[in-house]
Design a protein. Structure first.
Lengths: 66, 213
């Protein structure tokens, strides 16, 4: 705990004063989930390309069999 | 004749003049309630206009850790301002507390942060709503509403917060929703802003509070 300064302002009366209080500084904020949209787009594009390749292969196989 | 009597007479005379309408060229403009009749069939009806009134303005005069605004009693508030972080090495976070409840775990926050193409989401049992980069000035805006739910299990003070910090390619947009469950149907009576590092709610920070009717 550290000693810190608080400003108190009363909106009704306009009165303002300072006081001291005990304060516990924070740890860094934890971000739970992060998505990089540019990477996501790249991954989706890769999956789409793979699917197109598979579909093309499938069509080729079907044509050869018939 | 005292000042009060003079004011009364002036008010009455002005009232008489306004009731006769304002003559501009051939047109007479009359104002009745929220309706403005401009003559020739042109009528503007203002209905129920939104009234925004400033109820508090604070220019933080010295490096502080917490600022409390008391003497409020409002159903809906709009808070606008910016935090100055005089700390040269750390990005700091800022919390908002309502109605003297400064226990951060009594609040829940849903946070969405965007920097470049990176989108981050988090949920915290906390009331952090803004951040400011080292030596930065970070603007913020909050809309606060008294409990909207009328049943005890759904009685929450809700806040919608916007903030931006960092600059250039690291410019960050932050949107946060915050709730605080309350036992009674209460107005907003006080607001407290607290930073995560001692003295980082620094001199030059400004907070403006508006009542929204």
């Amino acid at each position: 705990m550290v000693k810190a300064k608080r400003i108190v302002y009363n909106a009704e009366t306009g009165e303002i004063h300072e006081e001291e209080f005990e304060f516990m500084p924070d740890e860094a904020e934890v971000i739970l989930h992060t998505i990089d949209i540019s990477q996501l787009i790249e991954k989706v594009n890769n999956v789409e390309n793979k699917l197109n390749e598979l579909i093309a292969e499938k069509k080729e196989t079907s044509t050869l069999q018939s | 004749m005292n000042e009060e009597l003079i004011r009364k007479i002036v008010r009455e005379e002005l009232d008489k003049i306004l009731k006769q309408g304002i003559k501009i060229g051939e047109n007479t403009i009359t104002i009745t309630g929220t309706q403005i009749d401009m003559g020739g069939g042109s009528i503007i009806n203002l209905g129920s206009p939104v009234m925004i009134t400033r109820v508090a303005y604070l220019n933080v005069g010295s490096d502080s850790t917490e600022v409390t605004i008391t003497g409020l009693n409002h159903e809906r508030l709009l808070v606008m301002g910016h935090f100055h972080n005089a700390n040269a090495s750390s990005t700091v976070s800022y919390r908002v507390f309502v109605n003297d409840d400064t226990t951060s775990t009594n609040y829940y926050a849903q946070i969405l942060e965007v920097t470049g193409t990176t989108v981050s989401a988090s949920n915290a049992n906390d009331s952090v709503f803004a951040r400011a980069e080292p030596l930065g000035r970070a603007p913020f805006m909050i809309y606060i509403a008294r409990p909207l739910g009328r049943i005890a299990s759904n009685r929450y003070i809700k806040l919608i917060c916007f903030n931006t910090y960092n600059n250039g390619a690291n410019l960050t947009t932050r949107i946060t929703s915050i709730v605080r469950q309350v036992d009674e149907d209460v107005n907003i009576t006080s607001l407290t802003f607290q930073c995560s590092k001692s003295g980082a709610l620094s001199s030059g920070s400004r907070i403006r509070v508006f009542d929204v009717t």
